[in-house]
Design a protein around this ligand. Structure first.
Ligand SMILES: Cc1cc2nc3c(=O)[nH]c(=O)nc-3n(C[C@H](O)[C@H](O)[C@H](O)COP(=O)(O)OP(=O)(O)OC[C@H]3O[C@@H](n4cnc5c(N)ncnc54)[C@H](O)[C@@H]3O)c2cc1C
Length: 400
């Protein structure tokens, strides 16, 4: 009997899509046939509180990993993703006459200068010399900002009031809708197939595996014995079918953003506000003439979220951005410098897992006759760790 050669991926966010691409392009796993089954197969989601994270991504590369041993794997995944995106943007291995601008449009990625400031001391600010930043030798053009003498005359480069430490470097910003589209196009070109379906998540892990297998048989006539593995890339909603112990580790954090008119030259971020959920960022969406103003980190188990929080917080973000003057080049002339033209308001879910992302094989035994591999709990880093993390899945699948 031929060996089973079909893999089902539950979820078509950035994690599921990149996992499909990496499996289909790696010599050790490219023989597998891949089907993505997802309730959301990319595309915009409705205004409001979304539990499907990927379309809500800010987004840029700024690794949240620390220098500690427990973050070693995240550092590796983030670094691999930065390298891979840089290769795409530099057109490495492509001889097709495309310009850099063509590639920005094609991939939905773009190099941008980024500045990042801390209002409070953290392990990252230690020494005030960059020694607390693990990626200082990974990214391009890294420098520590001179808070006293540096750039006081330039609105865009002036450090925010109260900053205790700041860095600048070349980040990669994401035009999220286009990047997700590009991933989907690539996965389909490589031979992946998709099924739009909400799987029943009320009957535990066994139940969702059975439902996924049944859907695949129904839609494609793939035989039960041909299914090798199910990969769980269900994001926040994995908690509904995981056991109690595991689902208790998942927290639902909301991230609030405004899409605004005008593309800032640089990305900018301030962290360490008195309210622990506060964070302020402006992230240009490369090649679109728009930027994303954010954000928040409301932990839904700790704080109530309601429309008044959303409204107040939008105003606070605008006001803080105005004080900083960082996005002045895109603010509306003649009005207060804080006013940016809002195009869209969004609240996205961030699936935060105690102990970091779970990327591992479920136990030592198959579940309902197939291997189950998990990749969820990617916190605020699902895009920036996606390539390295998918490579880890390839190694896990190849080792089964
Ligand atoms: C405001 C905001 C800003 C962010 N900024 C950044 C950033 O700058 N950089 C960065 O790297 N990350 C950022 N993130 C985080 C990033 O968006 C997430 O980590 C990432 O999108 C997680 O992707 P995922 O594919 O794992 O999950 P999701 O995108 O949530 O995808 C889950 C998939 O599983 C499917 N699914 C779930 N349950 C079922 C079911 N029962 N049946 C069928 N399908 C199911 C869904 O339909 C969906 O397709 C941000 C997030 C937010 C909200």
């Amino acid at each position: 009997m031929p060996a089973p050669d079909h893999i089902i991926i539950i979820g078509a966010g950035v994690t599921g899509l990149q996992t499909a691409i990496s499996l289909l392009t790696s010599p050790s796993t490219s023989h597998f046939k891949i089907t993505l089954i997802a309730a959301h197969l990319t595309g915009p989601v409705k205004h409001g509180l979304n539990t499907y994270s990927s379309p809500s991504c800010g987004g840029y590369w700024h690794s949240q990993a620390s220098l500690s041993e427990k973050d070693a794997k995240i550092r590796e995944w983030d670094q691999r993703t930065y390298e891979h995106w840089s290769q795409l943007l530099n057109g490495e291995g492509e001889e097709n006459g495309e310009t850099y601008e063509d590639r920005v449009k094609k991939y939905g990625l773009g190099f941008k200068d980024s500045q990042y400031y801390w209002l409070q001391e953290t392990p990252e600010t230690e020494g005030h010399d960059g020694s607390g930043i693990w990626f200082k030798d990974v990214v391009k053009d890294f420098e520590v900002v001179d808070l006293i003498n540096g750039s006081q005359n330039d609105d865009k480069l002036r450090p925010p009031p109260g900053a205790v430490f700041g860095i600048r470097y070349k980040t990669i910003c994401i035009n999220t809708p286009r990047y997700l589209e590009y991933l989907m196009e690539t996965a389909l070109k490589l031979g992946a197939t998709t099924i739009a379906a909400e799987l029943n998540n009320k009957r535990g892990l066994d139940g969702i595996v059975l439902d996924a297998k049944a859907k695949l048989r129904e839609e494609t006539k793939v035989r039960e014995e041909d299914i090798f593995a199910v990969i769980n890339c269900a994001g926040e909603r994995a908690k509904y079918f995981l056991d109690e112990n595991e689902s208790a580790k998942l927290r639902f954090i909301t991230g609030q953003t405004l899409l605004v008119k005008g593309e800032t030259e640089m990305a900018g971020t301030v962290v360490g506000f008195p309210e622990e959920w506060g964070i302020l960022y402006i992230i240009p969406r490369p090649g679109t003439g728009m930027s994303v103003l954010g954000g928040s980190r409301f932990d839904m188990r700790v704080h109530d979220w309601d429309q008044s929080v959303a409204g107040n917080w939008n105003a606070t973000m605008q006001q803080r951005m105005g004080i900083w003057g960082f996005a002045r080049e895109i603010s509306i002339p003649k009005e207060s410098s804080s006013r940016l033209k809002s195009l869209h308001f969004d609240i996205g879910a961030i699936s935060k897992r105690v102990g970091g992302p779970r990327v591992q094989v479920e136990g030592k035994e198959k579940v309902e006759g197939v291997w189950v591999v998990h990749s969820y709990g990617h916190n605020e880093s699902g895009f920036q760790n996606s390539v390295g993390c998918a490579e880890k899945i390839v190694r896990l699948i190849a080792g089964l």
